[in-house]
Design a binder for this molecule. Sequence first.
Ligand code: ADP
Length: 495
Amino acid sequence: MSDSVDAVDSVREQAVVGAVPTGVFIGGGWRDATGGARLVVEDPSTGRPLAEVADATPDDGLAALDAAAAAQASWASTPPRVRGEVLRRTYELLTARVEDLALLMTLEMGKPVAESRAEVAYAAEFFRWFAEEAVRIDGRYTVNPNGGARLLVMRQPVGPCLLITPWNFPMAMGTRKLGPAIAAGCTMVCKPAELTPLSMLALAEILAEAGLPPGVLNVVTTSRAGDVTRPLLADRRLRKLSFTGSTAVGRQLIGLAADNVLRVSMELGGNAPFLVFEDADLEAAVEGAVIAKMRNVGEACTAANRFHVHESVADEFATRLAGRLGAMTVGRGTQEGVQVGPLVDGRQRAKVAELVDDATARGATALLGGRPLDGPGYFYAPTVLTDVPAGARMLREEVFGPVAPIVPFATEDEAVAAANDTEYGLVAYVYTTGLERALRVVERLETGMVGLNQGLVSNPAAPFGGVKHSGFGREGGREGIDEYLATKYVAVKLA
Ligand code: ADP
């Protein structure tokens, strides 16, 4: 592992970061925050400052909502094909600029650049998908059962939306909200995470270049998320909140949204169980486990949080998984070949360390790793833990790091009960070659998504979302646009 950046790389990095506009984006223009405050963005692989962006005030937030409200009527009446083509052009621009955008993302968030490329492609796919959905917003015409009237059902944009996004997928968590909102004809205020604002700022500039009219998207970056968003949530002009982040913050926001009776979508925390039955293809299960655990350095709400493995194959699975994770190259994500980058900040790393220390203090054994790595940046060693006792906090709490606890089970009932024994319900992974078992288990899992013999569920064509304390609403798929549409029924007299 090394934090040295050679001169050529450093010139390119500075150019990529320097090209990003750093103001608030309101009504189609870039400007400083009121009062001129800035917030510092760090490179998590070095802990050094990377850039400064505007630190918006509540007044800036309200100015962003003013712009969104002013643009709503004309955007709603813009032809669907025109709305879709803005998304399609943006998809093409993102695809053409993937290298610079991926480097930018890695610099602010830390993940390996190959994963950032994959995220830019994934983010862009939401725009391609919703470009195609914009022209498929339909309704229906029915005959009243008594024959005496007609029923028209139409779907219209909800109106101005507040979109709050997290740092772990700085672009894709934005495009899965922006894409359907733009397609549906909604205007927006977007507040990206303060740790990783640069990817969203770059995206806003590209959307403007692709022809998105002023005021349709407004972006405010701020270190005062609560202060800036609270007045918007209380404002009668706002019609919807879509949030991706922690369950704790989501719960507060649902409360604020209730006062203003807003439409709400919530993508919250996860605690994904990864079940490996005795009839699983073990090699495939290990391969899926590497993806489900190590994608995004484990910092994903879909990350496999705990591995429940049949007792007859648990040791073999643990040994093979430790072999795979131990062979992964850890380092600065900008270096080709690096597979594990740093965690996003010191707070996140301290939380991972705390959960591992809790498990080992209760008797878990570190088959691999189990500690932070020395040197600059927020690196944590890929870790596999066995003998993890039932009381360990990491079995209940979201780990958000490269740590795999393995717990054996004896029966299918025990496995399903363990999988469901959590407040969360986002995703579960199941490895078995038995068709009947697969269907039985999938039906009994209390989650919004299941990866069946597959370690990755994220797909712009699929409805992503959870149940229980993982939230409600769906992003992507045919369902994704429904969140941004209101149904209007018209009773038509026909004598
Ligand atoms: P994490 O713990 O992973 O950082 P958070 O839920 O704190 O997740 O953050 C997700 C997003 O929610 C970020 O954009 C963050 O700025 C924002 N956020 C955090 N607290 C609040 C709040 N009180 N009101 C509105 N947004 C918030």
